[in-house]
Ligand binder design. Structure first.
Ligand SMILES: [Zn+2]
Length: 331
């Protein structure tokens, strides 16, 4: 059994997990929140400027320094009151100003990505999308901060997967898609539930994006309630009857070896939900690693024969492996 080759599935996927905004239980200066998150084992933070960019340059700088000191990836959510699709010049200009303010604040902080809701279709989807593209051109994108266009949950909003990817690929060094899995569940009216659904999203991104753009994919995650018009509201991870299921999303990323995704918990229980996601992800990583070794060792026909449900099963498998292979992986 010596010399069993590590199968492709054994590739370890490093993912980051964090919160959208200040989590429950934290009091103090904004810049201190990253130390709080890092002490819990989290390594991403999305500053929510959703009601306006009110952070001073001094506080942005302090937040950035803390984020670097604690190894936390820093992003910012631009104000909700943005409609780059608007044909009203005043609304369009004001939207641009708000996005510029967010880009400036995150540039000062030395962060990575400003997440933006593109806007609304209004009477003419074609014109609205052209307005978004005109707006992004006007932003320039000379800095190091990326603009992340988010997949949106309401059918009246610009932001299907195809639209955010189309617009992103028009600005290759500036704009990237941000995948909000809950919004995809809403927008598809309940078709972001099984492995094939998640696969189809990642397949599409694989086809359309460069390797550099695919790595460090920025994602939002929560569960979602929707109506025939799309998004109604976000739900916490422990609320039954809502989707997507993080296990399904995580397992798909792990099995594909998708490089370095970030998952931001957008729930009212964000720190706990981010930790829950991290726990699910590392558990499924171990299960996938074990499965792939078992297949390579010929102890198991295919990777589907192992139920990822329990840790005790993994321990049993580890014992089996230890007997079969003196270089069994540490699980
Ligand atoms: Zn958003």
């Amino acid at each position: 059994m010596e010399g069993v080759k590590e199968p492709a599935l054994n590739m370890t996927v490093k993912a980051r997990f964090g919160t959208a905004g200040i989590p429950n239980g934290y009091k103090g200066r904004t810049s201190g929140v990253v130390a709080f998150l890092a002490s819990m084992g989290l390594d991403a933070f999305e500053y929510e400027a959703v009601r306006g960019v009110r952070i001073s340059d001094e506080e942005s700088r302090a937040l950035g320094e803390q984020a670097r000191a604690h190894g936390v990836k820093l992003s910012m959510h631009a104000p909700y009151y943005v409609n780059l699709g608007s044909s009203d010049p005043r609304i369009w200009e004001e939207s641009l100003t708000r996005v510029r303010q967010a880009l400036h604040a995150l540039e000062v902080a030395g962060g990575d990505i400003v997440v933006v809701h593109p806007g609304y279709y209004g009477n003419s989807p074609k014109e609205a999308i052209a307005n978004v593209i005109k707006g992004i051109s006007a932003l320039g994108g000379q800095g190091r901060v990326k603009l992340g266009l988010e997949t949106m949950g309401r059918l009246s909003q610009i932001g299907s997967l195809e639209e955010v990817v189309d617009i992103s690929t028009s600005f290759p060094s500036f704009v990237v898609p941000v995948i909000d899995w809950a919004h995809l569940e809403a927008r598809s009216l309940g078709h972001m539930r099984n492995k094939e659904d998640v696969e189809s999203v990642l397949d599409y991104l694989d086809r359309r994006l460069s390797n550099r753009e695919l790595s460090e994919l920025h994602c939002h995650f929560s569960k979602m309630e929707f109506s025939s018009r799309g998004e109604v509201r976000h739900h916490n991870l422990d609320e039954k009857g809502f989707y997507p299921d993080f296990s399904v999303v995580a397992e798909t990323f792990i099995e594909r070896g998708h490089p370095s995704p970030t998952f931001i918990a957008e729930t009212s229980n964000s720190a706990n939900d981010a930790l829950t996601m991290k726990g699910i992800f590392s558990h499924l990583s171990r299960v996938t690693r074990t499965r792939s070794y078992l297949v390579a060792l010929g102890l198991c026909q295919n990777t589907r024969q192992v139920d990822p449900a329990s840790y005790s099963e993994i321990r049993t498998l580890r014992l089996a492996l230890a007997g079969a292979n003196s270089r069994a992986p540490r699980l």
